[in-house]
Write a protein that binds this ligand. Structure first.
Ligand code: KG4
Ligand code: ZN
Length: 337
């Protein structure tokens, strides 16, 4: 069964063809990232306008690279939320038009759940049930996955998402957007023990809070007056300091993610942990999780790096699984934030 997946929840426009929920025949991703860079974050209006312009060409390319014909597509699976409303609307409207004109069934899927499914593509797979951690720019959640249509939320962030904290700390340090890869690069040569930053506690043990640590970095820099005012009154920090802050911040965040994920595994009495979302592309995080898992008797899985950030392959694959369980959407499908 060939599924055409569409993902437009944030700044990416992605279309993919996946066979039988596993084999990625094509996965085309176009990003409007460079148009947002000067604003230091995503501008929703720009994202949806660029998606409207890109979606037909991205879809044509995915079909061409997948080496299939339109008549060979059996299902259209599209991200219906959560995400930016205008962006979701663009993908959903395109999906509806394809579905109606080609008489192919349509299915709207949850973006965060589809990040978990990235671990099942290209031959990979994990035995059910398992605990899943999704760490992205918009969400940080722990789930108990009994089946693809039986996903229980165990905890989530009470304020900033994990990726959002990487983006904000990178912005404070004068690094680029998106911040995650910049922090990771700086942290490579920094001392993770130099600063003792802390993530705030949460009422429920499996929830997260990342806004306090960002404020901690901001106040440290303000109170120590380590900045140098440069051209255009832009404040810059000495490179060794930036590297140490990036490393210390990253290490604290990873520690919290590991601690809470393993806590969730223990609570649910499973030793399988699946990780997904843009932040899961972080090499240091991947290494620390594998090491901690080995020491504590857990097994953990991460998707291939290109399948961590937003992509339509995970949407197509996840849609296949839900369709097999009888899920289907009508032309009244609408976005949810
Ligand atoms: O899953 P994603 O592509 O989009 C959302 O659904 O939000 O995640 C994007 C987030 C951004 O916040 C970005 O900074 C973060 O993932 N990210 C990383 C890395 N690559 C992307 N964070 C840490 N280390 C990375 N290497
Ligand atoms: Zn995402």
């Amino acid at each position: 069964m060939n599924v055409l997946g569409i993902e437009t929840s944030c700044d990416e426009t992605s279309v993919s063809i996946v066979r039988d929920g596993k084999e990625v025949l094509s996965n085309t991703v176009s990003s409007s990232e460079k148009f947002h860079k000067i604003y230091g974050g995503i501008v929703p209006e720009i994202a949806s306008r660029m998606q409207l312009e890109a979606i037909t060409a991205v879809s044509d390319l995915a079909i061409k690279e997948g080496a299939i014909m339109l008549k060979d597509i059996d299902l259209i699976s599209v991200t219906s939320g959560p995400g930016l409303f205008g962006s979701l609307l663009t993908g959903i409207s395109f999906a509806k038009a394809l579905s109606a004109s080609l008489h192919i069934p349509l299915l709207g899927v949850n973006h965060i759940h589809s990040h978990i499914y990235a671990n099942f593509l290209n031959g990979a797979g994990v035995k059910l049930p398992f605990v899943a951690l999704v760490v992205s720019g918009g969400h940080t959640s722990l789930f108990y996955v009994m089946d693809f249509d039986k996903i229980e939320i165990l905890g989530e962030t009470q304020d900033d998402a994990c990726g959002e904290a990487f983006d904000k700390v990178a912005k404070i340090l004068g690094l680029g957007y998106p911040g995650g890869p910049h922090i990771e690069k700086m942290a490579l040569r920094g001392n993770p023990e130099k600063f003792k930053f802390r993530c705030s506690g949460t009422k429920r043990p499996l929830d997260f809070s990342f806004s306090g640590i960002k404020t901690g970095v901001l106040y440290y820099l303000r109170d120590t007056g380590s900045g140098i005012r440069g051209r255009g009154s832009v404040i810059r920090y000495p490179l060794p300091l930036v590297k140490d802050i990036a490393a210390s911040f990253q290490e604290t965040v990873i520690d919290v993610l590991i601690r809470k994920s393993f806590h969730a595994c223990k609570a649910k009495k499973v030793n399988r942990l699946v990780v997904g979302g843009g932040v899961a592309a972080n090499n240091r995080m991947r290494g620390c999780f594998f090491e901690a898992a080995k020491d504590s008797g857990f097994k953990c899985w991460f998707p291939a790096k290109e399948l961590c950030t937003d992509n339509a392959a995970m949407v197509a694959g996840f849609g296949y699984q839900l369709f097999k369980k009888g899920k289907i959407s009508g032309l009244d499908l609408s976005p949810f934030a």
